[in-house]
Design a protein around this ligand. Structure first.
Ligand code: BJW
Ligand code: ZN
Length: 252
């Protein structure tokens, strides 16, 4: 099927759907200039993103991990939501029920105007105490006095003395159960499930499209490449999210 015919079919499905669930990954933010995790964009200095996003990396070298997160926050802070983010925000407004599940920690969906966002892997703008004192806003986590005076790139320290860490979910760590519950509920209850810009490799997120398919939803994949999800998707758009989503919206 051509992309144009697939877009027509998807638009038809969306027009008749009551509930739509979208799950995004790093690819939705790629055209905002935010690097993805896997592939060439996932490299920082000589480290791969998937090696740095682990509790082991933080224990070994918290300063290195903070440097990486500060570098990413610099990029994200200077980035703007792209047309793909904006279409999803407008889609939320026109659907009776719409859930946006994101694996991204960049906050670009909220900046685009999406309100019903389930952040599965946390948010890069927050920091929390490794000892579990409760989440602290990043501004507090980075307050002066957090490291020895004059030290470059200090590791923020909590008032209890423990280190602060980014409030994100690393490999091997449990996701927030209430967020998983919301995501599973939205996957089970929708007629259309769209997986956008994700390599569909990381669980439990990667299982959500299959939950939706088993519950009878049509699963749509939007990605520039094939993924393990591709053979299971009912509709596949091999295209850039920021280009194909506006083309979809123009058909609604
Ligand atoms: C475009 C585009 C454009 C580019 N347009 N497309 C079952 C089986 C096997 C393993 C496991 C399993 N269950 C659990 C595991 C272990 C593990 C896992 O899944 N490992 C696999 C890799 C094998 N999962 C976990 O560890 C999770 N925790 C867990 O399961 O806990 C269990 C537990 C229970 C109780 C107690 C304790 C534990 C946690 C996973 C956390 C993932 N964290 C990260 C970092 C977040 C913080 C941060 O940002 O720094 O999340 S890793 C990284 O991967 C990040 C992402 O959200 C996530 C997914 O990546 P994503 O978004 O798909 O990005 P990419 O780069 O991979 O792909 C981009 C895609 O976009 C590509 O396909 C491109 O083609 C495409 N693209 N440009 C459209 N313009
Ligand atoms: Zn603390």
């Amino acid at each position: 099927m051509t992309d144009s015919a697939t877009l027509d079919r998807l638009a038809e499905r969306l027009r008749s759907a009551h509930a739509v669930t979208v799950m995004t990954g790093a690819g939705i933010s790629a055209e905002s200039g935010v690097p993805t995790f896997r592939g060439t964009g996932g490299l920082w200095r000589s480290y791969s993103a998937t090696d740095l996003a682990t509790p082991e990396a933080f224990v070994r070298d918290p300063r290195l991990v903070w440097q990486w997160y500060r570098w990413r926050r610099g990029i994200i802070g200077g980035a703007e939501p792209n047309p793909g983010h904006l279409v999803l925000a407008r889609l939320e407004a026109r659907m009776p029920a719409f859930t946006l599940i994101t694996q991204n920690v960049d906050g670009l969906h909220q900046r685009a105007g999406s309100t019903h966002v389930v952040e599965l892997h946390g948010n890069i703008w927050r920091a929390r105490c490794v000892r579990g004192c409760g989440v602290v806003r990043d501004a507090a986590g980075e307050a002066p006095g957090d490291g020895p005076a004059g030290e470059q790139d200090p590791v923020p320290v909590c008032s209890c003395g423990a280190l602060m860490r980014p409030d994100v979910v690393w490999f091997g760590e449990a996701l927030d159960q209430s967020r998983i519950d919301l995501a599973v509920q939205a996957a089970k209850g929708c007629q259309v499930f769209m997986a956008i810009g994700t390599s569909a490799l990381v669980y439990p997120a990667a299982g959500l499209p299959l939950v939706a398919a088993n519950a009878g939803a049509v699963v749509v994949e939007i990605n520039v490449d094939s993924t393990p999800l591709t053979p299971h998707a009912g509709l596949v758009l091999k295209a850039k999210a920021a280009e194909v989503l506006p083309a979809l919206e123009s058909r609604l």
